[in-house]
Design a protein around this ligand. Structure first.
Ligand SMILES: [Mg+2]
Length: 230
């Protein structure tokens, strides 16, 4: 009797092991509470502190490495790496709208293209310091952004206005064409810079897709919990 019960238990265990368990996603976080956390992360100073840690690591590496290579260069992403769009992000309550005016700040709504054409972004101060150290070390600076060519004038004006006054190149996506994944666009652009004879000693971005695809000695990822670019 005991033997039979034991056998039955074994069979049940075997059945359990082979029966697929239905997977349910965990209950997502409440969006209002997540927004409150993001606001606190930004306004407490923790965000800038975390950015500053990475910017300082990059600065130390760049200044040390630059004299050791031929034609040293660095690559920066723009949005949330060198320029902060926090004002727009907050005005849109963490939403993103391509079209429409941006004439109601700080309340919003704020269209992204109008905002970019208006050169309204702010400097990310720790990264501006890294940029300045790189320039003092005679490192060529390239910006590679997912913004398209139509936004070049406003983008360059914004960079200059907040202190990024010199560069070897600002690379934007073509005016037309599909929105390929960022890494598929940015990696080959870094390869082009290398083909010009530069050694990319650092690549700095706020998205993993800024950094994937190689063509840099070291990569540096600053935090951005506010949005994701694939
Ligand atoms: Mg970015």
């Amino acid at each position: 009797m005991i033997k039979r019960a034991f056998l039955a238990s074994l069979l049940m265990l075997a059945a359990c092991a082979t029966t697929p368990v239905a997977e349910h996603p965990a209950q997502p976080m409440n969006l209002t509470e997540l927004k409150e956390q993001l606001l606190d992360y930004h306004d407490s100073g923790a965000y800038e502190r975390d950015v500053a840690v990475v910017a300082e690591e990059a600065r130390i590496w760049i200044v040390q490495r630059a004299p050791q290579v031929e034609r040293p260069a660095i690559v920066f992403d723009i949005d949330e790496t060198t320029i902060s769009n926090w004002t727009r992000t907050l005005a849109n309550d963490y939403g993103y709208f391509v079209d429409g005016p941006c004439d109601r700040l700080p309340r919003g709504p704020c269209g992204a293209f109008a905002y970019e054409d208006g050169a309204m972004g702010d400097a990310i101060a720790p990264m501006l310091a890294t940029y300045q150290a790189a320039r003092e070390a005679d490192v060529a600076v390239f910006f590679i952004t997912g913004r398209r060519e139509q936004r070049r004038a406003g983008t360059e004006r914004n960079l200059r206005r907040v202190g990024y006054t010199e560069w070897a190149g600002v690379v934007l996506r073509p005016a037309q064409g599909p929105s390929t994944p960022a890494a598929d666009y940015k990696g080959p652009q870094r390869a082009r810079i290398e083909a010009m004879g530069y050694t990319i000693i650092a690549n700095i971005g706020d998205q993993q897709s800024d950094l994937d695809g190689g063509h840099a000695e070291r990569t540096f990822l600053v935090p951005n919990p506010f949005y994701r670019i694939h």
